[in-house]
Design a protein around this ligand. Structure first.
Ligand SMILES: [Zn+2]
Length: 344
């Protein structure tokens, strides 16, 4: 299995983040990707390659053009008004507002950000574009016949919706890859999100689509970020009715329960019979994750990979979350090794 990796992710780097009322040491840091890369190397999973550069068309096939323009340009506008410090929102539009554009970067940050976890920095746009390039390059390997590929994306993407960003995410790498698969010949694509947090952005993007099935196993939104969305009765809309499956689970969920949800997810995907599978691969369901509340252990991640591999559908793994620094590499490599063993 090829791993696609770009050093550009290091451009997205902050020391601290705002968490439960305090500025704390940042969880989403460049070292995460470095440790995953090291573990992939150690596990000898296959070659590590640089991404190709793609134009903006695959991004615009998924995201709102005004939102994309904002992500590209807001840093320069922020620096001109405020100075070269991380750009955070601190004002949000109230419900039922008309959303008329403003000429102030602070107001536009609030228009598009859903939280304060994703500061925009000088290199954010380049880092986010490089992550998309990793996902699309991995998709091309699969289109060329590889049974699987791993896009080591950072920043992650699954919390980014059609026209919003948050949860450390800017552009939705997995969604962009799924749409790219459709645009390069796949008739049906499934996205399986195994990150601890609900893939709210991915659900938002494909909620009215019957050609892209979205499935997410995650912390119950009544008690867990991103809250508000990710409930079991959200099953899709219009042509997408029946093509969104949410499997929310309570804090304290261990692998025996989690595995039951995975079996449900896999049955649904098998019934959908997609040509391509995108896996939003977060490993924050791990028992020692500092911001999560599931109880999965290291070897469980091998099982997850195996179960996904048994589907025998060409699969693109796209890196999402995972914040237990000492274990993130092993947990990711375990999923990929499990998948490879099932496909062999
Ligand atoms: Zn997560």
């Amino acid at each position: 299995m090829k791993t696609v990796y770009s050093d550009h992710h290091k451009l997205q780097s902050v020391e601290t983040e705002f968490y439960r009322g305090k500025w704390v040491e940042a969880f989403e840091i460049p070292r995460r990707a470095q440790l995953v890369l090291d573990a992939v190397r150690r596990a000898d999973l296959g070659p590590i390659v640089e991404p190709k550069s793609f134009d903006l068309a695959p991004v615009l096939a998924v995201h709102d053009p005004d939102f994309v323009r904002f992500l590209e340009n807001v840093w320069a506008e922020w620096v001109a008004e405020v100075g070269p410090i991380p750009a955070y929102p601190n004002v949000w539009p109230p419900r039922r507002t008309r959303m008329i554009p403003t000429i102030r970067p602070g107001a536009e940050l609030g228009r598009y950000a859903v939280d304060m976890s994703s500061p925009i920095l000088e290199g954010t746009w380049r880092a986010a574009r490089a992550a998309v390039d990793c996902a699309l390059t991995g998709a091309d390997f699969i289109n060329a016949g590889d049974p699987s590929a791993f896009a080591l994306c950072r920043p992650p993407g699954h919390h980014s919706g059609r026209d919003y960003y948050g949860g450390y995410c800017f552009l939705n790498n997995a969604a962009i890859a799924a749409q790219y698969f459709r645009d390069t010949g796949a008739r049906r694509v499934a996205i399986l999100d195994v990150d601890y947090h609900h893939g709210n952005g991915t659900q938002d993007i494909f909620y009215d689509r019957g050609d892209i099935l979205t499935v997410s196993i995650h912390g119950d939104p009544v008690q867990e970020y991103p809250y508000y969305i990710g409930f079991a009765d959200e099953t899709g809309h219009g042509a997408g009715e029946g093509f969104n499956l949410n499997l929310p689970l309570s804090w304290g969920t261990d692998f025996s329960i989690w595995r039951t949800a995975l079996d449900q997810a896999i049955d649904r995907i098998a019934a959908f019979a997609p040509d391509r599978l995108v896996v939003s691969l977060g490993v924050d369901a791990f028992e020692e994750d500092p911001i999560s509340h599931f109880k999965l252990k290291g070897p469980d991640f091998v099982e997850i990979g195996r179960a996904i591999g048994a589907l025998k559908i060409p699969a693109l793994f796209v890196m999402e979350g995972g914040y237990a620094i000492e274990a993130i590499g092993t947990n990711v490599a375990n999923v990929l090794a499990g998948h490879s063993s099932a496909r062999a």
